[in-house]
Design a protein around this ligand. Structure first.
Ligand code: MLT
Length: 265
């Protein structure tokens, strides 16, 4: 199914494909469900793959207020109820999707059986990162998202992939450009104000897969390895020749890592 689902009177676009143990895919900023296309295609052979557009993103109506990670987590919990999922899911989040994972686990722990954290971090923003986010939000509201797309593509992909992976680039750019400026600003504010989850992450007791890209400059592999070492049941996988968008840059390696992780349970 690829359709809108009404959650608390608001339509959310959701891809819901395959049958089996459910995996909830939570996209990064400022993207949409389509960043998980390769994972949905492969993993839906044995799993129910649920990949929504988050509040304000993708095909959903624009967001206009501060979009907190807690709000997104609550939307996802309600969405699972709306589509009839009663068993705990594998929560798979990339970057901002990982920030949402901490809130989802805090607020809805019974809904998560396993965790997959791709290219993300547990630490909060530094004061200077916060400042940059607020300045970027203001500029996006004034100018639109074109400058953001240009600046971000260089940071999202490993240098070699910017040239060679035309389909990935051609998928990412329009997605960023299509995101409403008010949503971008709302999410930037939400990420700036997110809690530090370093201690919380260290207390996680469910099986966890941590996936890093060897050339990720936004959430470096070394930082992700340190984070994984704090989590009791974590497995760390570093994907070679990938930047921040490992699921797009190295779909086969990421699919294999997830399949292996899920088969061990
Ligand atoms: C993302 O990919 O979701 C963003 O890079 C997260 C961030 O800006 O911290």
């Amino acid at each position: 199914m690829r359709d809108f689902v009404t959650v608390n009177d608001q339509p959310f676009y959701v891809v819901d494909e395959g049958t089996g143990p459910p995996i909830l895919f939570v996209h990064g900023f400022p993207l949409d469900h389509s960043m998980w296309n390769a994972q949905i295609e492969f993993l839906s052979q044995q799993h129910r793959c649920i990949a929504p557009d988050l509040r304000g993103f993708g095909q959903n109506a624009a967001a206009s207020e501060m979009l907190s990670m807690a709000q997104i987590a609550d939307d996802l919990a309600d969405l699972l109820v709306a589509i009839g999922i009663e068993t705990p899911v594998t929560f798979c989040g990339l970057s901002m999707g990982g920030y949402v994972a901490w809130e989802f686990l805090r607020r809805h722990p019974a809904k998560v059986a396993r965790l997959i954290l791709c290219n993300t971090r547990s630490a909060a923003d530094s004061p200077s990162t916060k400042e940059t986010r607020y300045a970027t939000a203001q500029r996006v509201l004034a100018e639109g998202t074109a400058f953001l797309a240009d600046g971000m593509l260089d940071k999202l992909l490993a240098p070699a992939n910017r040239e060679s992976m035309v389909p990935a680039v051609s998928q990412l750019r329009p997605t960023i450009l299509n995101t409403a400026p008010s949503t971008v600003a709302a999410a930037l504010h939400g990420m700036a104000e997110r809690a530090d989850s370093t201690e919380f992450a260290a207390g996680i007791q469910i099986p966890t897969l941590v996936v890093a890209g060897s050339e990720d400059i936004l959430t470096p592999a070394a930082e992700m390895r340190d984070m994984a070492m704090q989590i009791a049941e974590a497995t760390f996988v570093e994907i070679p020749a990938a930047g921040h968008m490992t699921p797009i840059e190295a779909p086969e390696a990421v699919n294999a890592a997830i399949e292996h992780f899920l088969s061990e349970m």
